[in-house]
Design a protein around this ligand. Sequence first.
Ligand SMILES: NC(=O)c1ccc[n+]([C@@H]2O[C@H](COP(=O)([O-])OP(=O)(O)OC[C@H]3O[C@@H](n4cnc5c(N)ncnc54)[C@H](OP(=O)(O)O)[C@@H]3O)[C@@H](O)[C@H]2O)c1
Length: 246
Amino acid sequence: MNLENRAIIITGASSGIGEATAKKLAKHGAKVTLMARSEDKLKALKSDIENEGGKALVVPGDVTNKKDFDKVVEKTVSEFGKVDGLINNAGLMPLSFIDKLKTDEWEKMVDVNIKGVLNGVSAVLPEMKKNDNGDIINISSMAAHRYFPGGAVYCATKSAVKMFSEGLRQELAPKYGINVTSIEPGAVATNLTSTITDEDIKEKMSGMLEMETLESEDIANAVYYALSQPKRVNINDVYIVPSEQK
Ligand SMILES: NC(=O)c1ccc[n+]([C@@H]2O[C@H](COP(=O)([O-])OP(=O)(O)OC[C@H]3O[C@@H](n4cnc5c(N)ncnc54)[C@H](OP(=O)(O)O)[C@@H]3O)[C@@H](O)[C@H]2O)c1
């Protein structure tokens, strides 16, 4: 139980990687605050965690809204006494080819995948600075390392998250004891492709998912690995891909 009593906020906890991470961290003793827009799913997850003897708090919210994030921090502090960690996991991936000009989808990706991460950091930083302690884990992607068809904007958002993580680490870890990790998964079996509206991409994706992908629990294990290190150890990047993915 080496995460005993650590208060950790997880965004995008209502499904996939966020849900699996919340279960994993709670199992190891963390008190988890669950944030996403789907309140019903978060409540069901809280019950699952509590039935296993863990502690969870539901604070529904949208990561693009700074006030929602402030509420998440306030409630975490009032319920758990502090904020020890933030897992910036919420994200979406409506892939499309650039010449389709699906500009609303581009903006949504920038808002959630990049600005959502910035909002999370600005919300938790005063509390972490006060305590001279914290862990920030950003879920970037293999897409930060390489372009794939229809992924120009998505890859750009995940590259931004990866480079922002490195800047955060250099500015925060030595000065405030806040460790920062970027996790970069390849294909994971989740609902992430459900927001794709470009029919040409949908066809391409169906072929790609014939390989054996990672499970959300594999990424939860990577998050746990980064969080469970001694304070002197900062895991910078975890690049984790399915064995079958080229
Ligand atoms: N699956 C993969 O292959 C893969 C690979 C590399 C990286 N990733 C990254 O992993 C992260 C998690 O994705 P996933 O694969 O687990 O997909 P998922 O099952 O679709 O989960 C996405 C989560 O983000 C939340 N979310 C979306 N927009 C939000 C918003 N505006 N405010 C708050 N929460 C929001 C969703 O909850 P609500 O809809 O309830 O708000 C959901 O909980 C993403 O950042 C994704 O880019 C995934």
